[in-house]
Write a protein that binds this ligand. Structure first.
Ligand code: PEP
Ligand code: MN
Length: 346
């Protein structure tokens, strides 16, 4: 890191900062300019870099501390040059194929879930989505079916040859959700629930880590680092929109995050255009854009009758729309040298 000293700082202040850096294990190189002094600090001290920077910022004479390397390690591109391919029971996320994950926002009933699962599977989806434990903004709205929801997801997945992704909200439920789901989803509201991240990190289960609605890319990658540093490297990141001043869409889908993450990390990147826009009419266009800019997968809300959906109907597309969208996405994937294979019609 580089420590920029304030204009007019004293030799003593530079010495104090230098001594502190040496104590922390850094090799230092101060440069005394005509107007300003900077101190270069290199080495790999056994010290938390962010904490070290905070301490240094508090020292007299310090103007700013700038990092030259990233605060995350395991998830950084520098750590592993080749892309991570997360193997979800044979479905590979991060390979040539763009993996389609589709299903209702929440598991409502056996009939709705099975109808949706059958249709999305026949259209070429590989993974069934659906919430059994739902994070609801209001304590009075539907909280999900819980365990029976997980059981339905597992059954539907088995019947229609789909892997299952569903959210886990609490550390005490990690084991249970792992038993029924192939991918455990950490939702936007829990991206910075560090106890949950550590617990998920102790499993070897594939994880879909959604972006916190207010999270910067670096904070999101540090959340992924919690999981990776606990031993679980089967992580997929999922862009799902962030909060901005724009009320037209529910969130602002940050598609620039996709190529940005592809240069910052080796982890696969999935895009959720449903939470990302909150609007059914935008799901198709944003899905195509996501594939075009390098997404490794899409997470799309599909419902047999969105107008009657218990949750997120406004952003859920119909089965017919999904069927129509798949060949369009497949064409976009081909254009960027990826693939979305379409099942042969019989
Ligand atoms: C969801 O996928 O239905 C969901 C609640 O996602 P998020 O955590 O991104 O809001
Ligand atoms: Mn939803």
């Amino acid at each position: 890191m580089i420590i920029l000293m304030r204009r007019g700082c004293t030799r003593e202040e530079v010495q104090t900062v230098s001594d502190r850096l040496t104590e922390m294990g850094y090799a230092i190189n101060p440069i005394f300019g005509v107007e300003k002094t900077i101190i270069g600090a290199v080495g790999v001290p056994e010290y938390d870099k962010l904490e070290a920077a905070d301490q240094l910022r508090g020292l007299s004479g310090v103007e700013e501390v700038v990092f030259v390397s990233k605060p995350y390690k395991f998830v950084a591109k520098e750590f592993r040059a080749e892309k991570t391919v997360v193997d979800v029971g044979g479905v590979k996320v991060g390979g040539d194929e763009v993996i389609m994950m589709a299903g209702p926002c929440t598991v409502e009933s056996e009939e709705n879930l099975f109808t949706t699962a059958k249709a999305v599977s026949e259209a070429g989806a590989k993974i069934l989505r659906g919430g059994a434990y739902k994070p609801s903004t209001s304590p009075y709205s539907f909280q999900g079916l819980g365990l029976p929801g997980l059981q339905l997801l597992q059954e539907a997945g088995k019947r229609y040859n789909l892997k299952v992704v569903t959210e886990v909200m609490h550390v005490r439920k990690v084991e249970e959700v792992c038993e029924y789901a192939d991918i455990i989803q950490v939702g936007t509201r829990n991206m910075q629930n560090y106890d949950l991240l550590r617990e998920v990190g102790l499993t070897r289960h594939p994880v879909l880590l959604k972006r916190g609605m207010n999270a910067k890319l670096e904070e999101w990658l540090l959340a992924a680092e919690y999981i990776a540093s606990a031993g679980n490297e089967n992580i997929m990141l999922c862009e799902r929109g962030i909060r901005t001043f724009e009320p037209y869409t529910r969130n602002t889908l940050d598609l620039s995050a996709v190529p940005s993450l592809n240069s910052l990390t080796h982890l696969p990147v999935v895009v959720d255009p449903s939470q990302g826009t909150g609007r059914r009419d935008l799901v198709g266009p944003m899905s195509k854009a996501a594939v075009a800019c390098g997404a490794d997968g899409l997470l799309v809300e599909v419902h047999p009758n969105p107008d009657k959906a218990i949750k997120d109907g406004a952003q859920s597309i119909t089965i017919q729309s999904f069927q129509k969208l798949m060949p369009e996405l497949s064409a976009v994937a081909n254009a960027v040298e990826r693939s979305i294979p379409l099942p042969l019609k019989v």
